[in-house]
Ligand binder design. Structure first.
Ligand SMILES: [Zn+2]
Ligand SMILES: [Zn+2]
Length: 72
């Protein structure tokens, strides 16, 4: 069961990841870590086409399913 509260934080796994006013940057309002959305998967190196329009985007690699978010 998934409640649409927002994006899940890769760090604390709570759905409190919020976009910042910087493009591709997110911040978790729970653990206060900052993340950057990469266009290249940090896990498998595959380029990914992330739809940034939607706030409910999964931000996961289409290739390996790993998170495209890197802590900054
Ligand atoms: Zn967090
Ligand atoms: Zn990948």
């Amino acid at each position: 069961m998934e409640v649409d509260l927002g994006l899940s934080c890769p760090g604390c796994h709570e759905p409190w990841l919020r976009p910042t006013n910087l493009p591709g940057r997110y911040r978790c309002v729970n653990c206060l870590l900052r993340y950057e959305l990469r266009s290249v998967c940090p896990n498998c190196g595959e380029h990914s086409t992330i739809v940034r329009m939607s706030k409910t985007a999964t931000l996961a690699c289409n290739h390996c399913g790993s998170s495209m978010l890197v802590q900054v």
